[in-house]
Every structure is written in structure tokens, then in C-alpha cells.
Design a protein around this ligand. Structure first.
Ligand SMILES: NC(=O)C1=CN([C@@H]2O[C@H](COP(=O)(O)OP(=O)(O)OC[C@H]3O[C@@H](n4cnc5c(N)ncnc54)[C@H](O)[C@@H]3O)[C@@H](O)[C@H]2O)C=CC1
Ligand SMILES: O=C(O)C(=O)[C@H](O)COP(=O)(O)O
Length: 350
């Protein structure tokens, strides 16, 4: 069996080489029809577009993407071609929640206003959005939820319309999948009309997909102060992102909200589990990310401890200094661990 693996998927080599006779490691953007023709399975990330152009005439019958999002897979083509595909639901949701927690704390410090006086609107309340809601409630925020598919399934009691979020929120954060069409279309969900409907000059946060927000509308909203700030992790047209926007945002990062080593390890494990289940085989593999360099955090407040564990300003400063390195900053991302990898000692202020 021949498997082609994106060479930026960590912690996979030892395990996959026990499963397949032949494994090739290739940069995600370099998967070509000629390369995949004789492959049986692909293990990919968002940088490989799995569509008819890549797959037609190939032997590929299984694709696992070590990501939550799957907008880079043409699912209708795969269905027609009998290619099974799997994503990794929830793998890096705690990592995105960590990004949000640190970001909210930084916003509080910069705005001179308590989070407990603010309302946050969460658009898309799945694996990520639910964890973000938990984080926001812990920080004392009032939380409004918007999720059209869930509202259709579960009824409207727990959900609010986008209009209500636009009127009542001080922070609006997007956690929807990218749907280019259909009843739940999210492509350019935040457009001029949306920004005009905002009442409280909120901060906009996007860690979903760049195309969920129309870049020019966002720029205009920043310039006219319809919104007070933006925190942007995902961009239209990555890696050639809009530099005017990058220079205007409070935090701008290179699509790394989900890049904790914990999230990466989960994604790799889930991709391998899907492959084994597809092949009806059992394999043993232990995937554990390395320990942090400083596993003991000493801080005077929980907020300070949180920012010591992960401070998105570092990623933002690096991207703002070197936007041309967008993909390299992702590929060489430093070790980042989630809370469970640390022990925190709170000390009295000196
Ligand atoms: N920046 C990063 O590193 C990461 C980005 N992501 C992105 O975030 C997205 C969300 O991730 P998860 O929460 O894990 O996905 P999920 O599938 O668990 O949740 C998405 C939620 O959005 C809701 N939704 C769908 N269409 C909607 C619409 N039109 N309006 C309101 N709600 C809608 C769904 O009902 C669902 O509850 C992913 O699809 C991915 O694109 C995910 C992980 C990391
Ligand atoms: O899981 C997702 O969806 C993401 O967006 C990932 O965190 C980023 O994935 P890659 O671009 O590294 O595949």
C-alpha cells in the first residue's frame, strides 16, 4: 500500500510506517495528479485541494485530513468517485479556545473595560464555538449564540439571530465552516450589510476561514469605526494576504489558532485511527507532544498565567514584521502547549 502524507503533519512517521509498505512525505501544495496516481491513500492538511483535477484516474480510495475544516475537499466529487474521506472533528478546538482566551484577556487590558461588562456573540457553536462559550462565561462575559443549523434542529431557545448579535455584542467571533453555497452559506457572511447593522462598535474575531468575512467590507468597517478592532487568524487568499488589513488589526496571525502541539497530536491520531478503521486493521501507536520548556508557571493572576502559556501578540508581531513568511511561520511553528501541560503557582503581588 502506498500512502502520501503532507510533510508538515507531525508525530506521524513511526506510526504510519507500521501501517503502510510505502510512505512518501510531500509538501501539501505539491500534490500533483502524477504524484497521487499510484497512491492508495492520502493524509493531508488544508493546503492540498482534493478535487477532480487532482484525483481523476488515480488509485486513491481514502483521504484523511488532519484538520477540522474540510472545505479543501470536493466532497461531491469524492462521493461520485467512491473515495472515502475523513476529517478530525474537535481535534484542535481546545487550541482555538486557548487563542480566544488569551485574545479576550489582551482586549480587556487594551480597552480599559471589564470583560464582565461585555457581551460576546459566537457565530457557529460546534466543537470550537462551544468551548469558546465556556471560556467567555468563565471570564464573566454575557454570551449570545448564533447557529442556524443547530437552531433548525434544536429549536430557538438557546440561540439568537445574527441581527440580535449585531445589535447587542461588544465582541463577535466566527466559528463556522466555510460553505460556499446553500441554505447555510457562510461565504462573505460578514459583508457591508452586516457591518452596517452593528450597533456597539464591536471587536471582530475570525479564526474560521478568511472567506467568511469580506476583506474590503472589514477594512471599510475598521476605517469608519463601525468596528473598534479586529483579530484575524484566517485570511482571504492565504498566503498572499491583504497587507493593509494586517497593519490595521489588533492581532493578525498566520492561521495558527489551532496550532497547539496538543491539537496537532490529536489530529494525527484521528487521521491514523480513520485510516486503520478504513483498512479494518488494528495498530498500536502512542502520540504524545513534547513537554513545554518551562512546565511550571509562576504568576500573580490567572490571566497572567494564561498569557504566559500562550500570548498571541508574539505570533502577530512576527507576522506583521514578515508577512511574506506566512507559510514558513506556519510550517516552522514553535512548540505551544495547552493548559494541561503546565502547573500554575499563583504568588502574591510583590
Ligand atoms: N484557525 C484555525 O486554526 C482553525 C480553524 N477552524 C475553522 O473553524 C471552523 C469551525 O470549527 P468547529 O467548531 O470544529 O466545526 P464544527 O463543525 O464542530 O462547528 C461548526 C458549527 O457552525 C454551525 N454553522 C454552520 N453553518 C452556519 C451558519 N450559516 N450560521 C451559523 N452557524 C453555522 C454548525 O451548525 C456547527 O455547529 C472549521 O470549519 C474550520 O474552518 C477550525 C480549527 C482550527
Ligand atoms: O483544523 C482546521 O480546520 C485548520 O484550519 C487547521 O488548524 C489548520 O490546518 P492546516 O492549514 O495546517 O492544515
Amino acid at each position: 500500500m502506498r500512502i502520501i502524507v503532507d510533510n508538515k503533519i507531525p508525530f506521524i512517521k513511526e506510526a504510519i510506517e507500521k501501517i503502510a509498505d510505502e510512505v512518501m512525505y510531500v509538501p501539501g501544495k505539491d500534490f500533483t495528479p502524477a504524484l497521487v496516481k499510484e497512491a492508495d491513500a492520502l493524509i493531508i492538511r488544508t493546503r492540498t485541494h482534493c478535487n477532480r483535477e487532482l484525483l481523476e484516474g488515480s488509485r486513491v480510495r481514502f483521504i484523511a485530513t488532519a484538520t477540522i475544516g474540510f472545505d479543501h475537499i470536493d466532497t461531491e466529487y469524492c462521493r461520485q468517485a467512491g473515495i472515502v474521506w475523513k476529517n478530525a472533528p474537535g481535534c484542535n478546538s481546545a487550541s482555538v479556545a486557548q487563542y480566544l482566551q488569551s485574545t479576550l484577556l489582551l482586549l480587556e487590558a487594551s480597552k480599559g473595560k471589564n470583560l464582565s461588562e461585555m457581551t460576546i456573540g459566537i457565530v457557529g457553536v460546534g466543537n470550537v464555538g462551544s468551548k469558546v462559550a465556556g471560556v467567555a462565561r468563565e471570564l464573566g462575559m454575557r454570551v449570545l449564540l448564533n447557529d442556524l443549523p443547530r437552531e433548525d434542529e434544536e429549536g430557538s431557545t438557546d440561540f439568537s439571530s445574527l441581527q440580535i448579535l449585531a445589535e447587542e455584542c461588544d465582541v463577535l467571533t466566527f466559528h463556522v465552516p466555510l460553505y460556499k453555497e446553500g441554505k447555510y452559506k457562510t461565504f462573505h457572511l460578514a459583508n457591508d450589510t452586516f457591518f452596517h447593522s452593528l450597533k456597539r462598535h464591536p471587536v471582530i474575531i475570525n479564526t474560521s476561514r478568511g472567506e467568511v468575512i469580506e476583506t474590503n467590507a472589514l477594512l471599510k468597517a475598521l476605517e469608519t469605526r463601525q468596528i473598534s478592532d479586529a483579530v484575524i487568524d484566517v485570511w482571504e487568499n492565504e498566503p498572499d494576504i491583504n497587507l493593509t488589513l494586517l497593519n490595521k488589526v489588533f492581532i493578525g496571525t498566520p492561521h495558527i489558532a489551532g496550532y497547539s502541539a496538543d491539537g496537532k497530536a490529536n489530529a494525527t491520531r484521528m487521521a491514523l485511527d480513520s485510516l486503520c478503521s478504513h483498512l479494518s486493521i488494528q495498530a498500536e501507536y502512542l502520540i504524545t507532544p513534547p513537554a513545554p520548556e518551562n512546565p511550571v508557571i509562576t504568576a500573580t493572576t490567572p490571566a497572567e498565567a494564561c498569557l504566559q502559556m500562550y500570548d498571541p501578540r508574539r505570533d502577530s508581531e512576527t507576522l506583521k514584521a514578515h508577512p511574506e513568511l506566512f507559510e514558513q511561520l506556519r510550517g516552522d511553528y514553535p512548540l505551544r502547549r495547552e493548559k494541561a501541560a503546565f502547573s500554575v503557582q499563583l504568588t502574591a503581588k510583590g
